[in-house]
Design a protein around this ligand. Structure first.
Ligand SMILES: Nc1ncnc2c1ncn2[C@@H]1O[C@H](COP(=O)(O)OP(=O)(O)O)[C@@H](O)[C@H]1O
Ligand SMILES: [Mg+2]
Length: 419
C-alpha cells in the first residue's frame, strides 16, 4: 500500500455533493397529468391501468461528498431509472438533480455532455477488459478517454492498481490474471478516472459470491483513499449494508426509507422493510455506537466486587472491554459474559462516549426496537412484530434475492463498520 498517500492530494478539490429533489419519471401517456395524480397519492397500479408506468415517484435525497449511497430494492422498483436521471441520461418528468448545487436538468446539451463525460462515471455490471491491452493500459482506459497524457495515465494506473492489490501486474495481459483479479482491474479503471461521482448499477450482482465479497472489500478499500461520491444500486440487502454509508430502500417506485444500515435494521419504517431485514445477522451489522446508552446510565451501578461506579474514569477502569463506536456488537458478547459491568465505548481521544450494558446487548438481538429518537407522528404502533407475518401483502414481499441466499457470506464480514 505504498502509494496510498498520493491520490488525495490530487483529488481533494473535486469531491461533489449530489441532490435529488422530488424526482419523478413516468413512462407512457400523459406523464405530466400522471405526476399530478401521484402527488395526490395515486399508486403505480392505478396509473398502469391508464397506460402510464410510474418508474420513479417523488425521490428526494442528498449524497454527501465522499459517501456511498446505496439504493436497494427488488427488480422493477425503479432503481435503474433513478440512476439514469442522476447523470442526465433520462430527463425527469418532474423534479431536479443538483450536482454541486447546479441543476443538471437545466443544463444545455453541451454543458450536460461535458459534466457527464468528465465529472460523472457510470459503471456497468461487467468489468470487461480489453484483451489486447496490458493490465496497466486497461486500468488507464478511463483516463485515456478523458484525454490525460500518457505519462500521467501510467502513473495513476500504477497507483490505482496498487490500491487494488495488483502491484507488479502492470505489464501482464488480462488472460494471465484470474477472474477475480480481472474484476479488480476493472474496478481500478472505474475509480482511477477524474470523475468524482460514480454511478454503479448492480456492478457486482453477476459475480460469484467469493469474488463479489472481494470486490466489495476492494471498493471500500479504494474508497478510503479516493473518496468518490458514489451511488451504488443493488437488490441485495447484505451488500447494501456492507457498502452503504446511507441506504435508500425503494418499493414500487418510491423510496420507503432512507438511513444508515443501523436505522433500517433497528427502526424499519414499515413491515415491508422489516420483512427484508429479518434474516440479517444483526451482530455483524449493528455497532457499539448504534446501541450504546449515555455514560451516566452506568453511574450508580457496581463492579463485580461491589464498588459503586461514580465517574467516567471509574466506568472505564471497571469495564470488561473498552471499544470504539464502530465495533460490531458481535465482539461485545465475550466481555459481557465475563462481567456485569457495562462495556465502555470511547471516542478517538479515549473519552467515554457511551456504555453498553449486558441487558441492552441482549435486547437488540430481538427484532426491531420501537423507535426512540423519532416517535411515529401518527402514534402508530411502530414497526411490525417479530414474526412479520402480517406484511403488507403476501404477493411481492422480498422474494429472497441473493440477499437471503448468500447471507452466510456477510455474516463473516465485520461489515458496516463505517470506516
Ligand atoms: N424505457 C422504459 N419504458 C417504459 N417502462 C420502463 C422503461 N424503463 C423502465 N421501465 C419500467 O419502469 C419500472 C422500473 O424499472 P427499472 O428502473 O429498470 O427498475 P429496477 O432497476 O429497480 O429493476 C419497471 O416497471 C420497468 O418496466
Ligand atoms: Mg435495474
Amino acid at each position: 500500500m505504498g502509494a496510498v498517500g498520493r491520490f488525495p492530494t490530487r483529488r481533494e478539490v473535486y469531491v461533489s455533493r449530489l441532490q435529488a429533489e422530488h424526482l419523478y419519471k413516468v413512462f407512457g401517456r400523459r406523464s405530466d397529468e400522471a405526476v399530478r395524480r401521484l402527488e395526490g397519492g395515486a399508486t403505480r397500479d392505478e396509473l398502469r391501468a391508464d397506460g402510464a408506468t410510474a418508474a420513479v415517484i417523488d425521490a428526494s435525497f442528498t449524497v454527501d461528498p465522499g459517501q456511498i449511497f446505496v439504493v436497494m430494492g427488488l427488480s422493477g422498483s425503479g432503481k435503474s431509472t433513478l440512476l439514469r436521471m442522476l447523470n442526465g441520461l433520462l430527463e425527469p418528468t418532474a423534479g431536479r438533480v443538483l450536482f454541486d448545487g447546479r441543476d443538471l436538468t437545466a443544463l444545455n446539451r453541451r454543458e450536460l455532455r461535458s459534466v457527464r463525460s468528465r465529472r460523472i462515471s457510470m459503471v456497468f455490471p461487467h468489468f470487461a477488459l480489453f484483451p489486447h491491452r496490458s493490465v496497466s493500459e486497461n486500468a488507464a482506459y478511463g483516463l485515456e478517454v478523458q484525454g490525460v497524457d500518457r505519462a500521467e495515465r501510467a502513473e495513476r494506473a500504477r497507483e490505482a492498481l496498487a490500491l487494488a492489490g495488483l502491484a507488479g501486474w502492470e505489464d501482464s495481459w488480462p488472460d494471465e490474471l484470474s477472474g477475480g483479479m480481472q474484476q479488480r482491474v476493472g474496478l481500478a479503471r472505474a475509480l482511477a478516472t477524474d470523475a468524482d461521482l460514480l454511478l454503479m448499477d448492480e456492478s457486482f450482482s453477476a459475480l460469484d459470491p467469493l469474488i463479489r465479497r472481494d470486490m466489495q472489500d476492494q471498493l471500500l478499500e479504494l474508497q478510503k483513499t479516493l473518496k468518490k461520491t458514489i451511488v451504488f444500486i443493488t437488490h441485495d440487502l447484505n451488500e447494501a449494508m456492507r457498502l452503504g454509508d446511507r441506504i435508500a430502500v425503494m418499493r414500487d417506485g418510491r423510496i420507503v426509507q432512507q438511513g444508515t444500515a443501523e436505522d433500517i435494521l433497528v427502526t424499519p419504517a414499515n413491515d415491508y422493510v422489516a420483512s427484508f431485514t429479518q434474516d440479517v445477522d444483526r451482530t455483524r451489522v449493528l455497532t457499539a455506537g448504534a446501541i450504546m446508552a449515555d455514560p451516566e446510565t452506568a453511574y450508580g451501578t457496581r463492579t463485580d466486587g461491589g464498588a459503586e461506579l461514580r465517574s467516567a474514569g471509574e466506568v472505564l477502569a471497571a469495564a470488561p472491554a473498552v471499544v470504539t463506536a464502530d465495533t460490531p456488537i458481535a465482539e461485545l458478547f465475550t466481555p459481557c459474559s465475563r462481567s456485569g459491568v457495562a462495556v465502555a465505548v470511547t471516542c478517538e481521544r479515549g473519552e467515554l462516549i457511551g456504555v453498553v450494558p449486558r441487558a441492552r446487548l441482549l435486547a437488540v438481538l430481538g427484532e426491531p426496537m420501537k423507535p426512540e429518537r423519532a416517535p411515529e407522528p401518527d402514534g402508530a404502533d411502530g414497526p411490525g412484530g417479530p414474526d412479520g407475518a402480517d406484511g403488507p401483502d403476501g404477493s411481492d414481499g422480498p422474494d429472497g434475492p441473493d440477499g437471503v441466499a448468500d447471507r452466510a457470506g456477510t455474516a463473516a464480514s465485520g461489515a458496516v463498520a463505517h470506516a
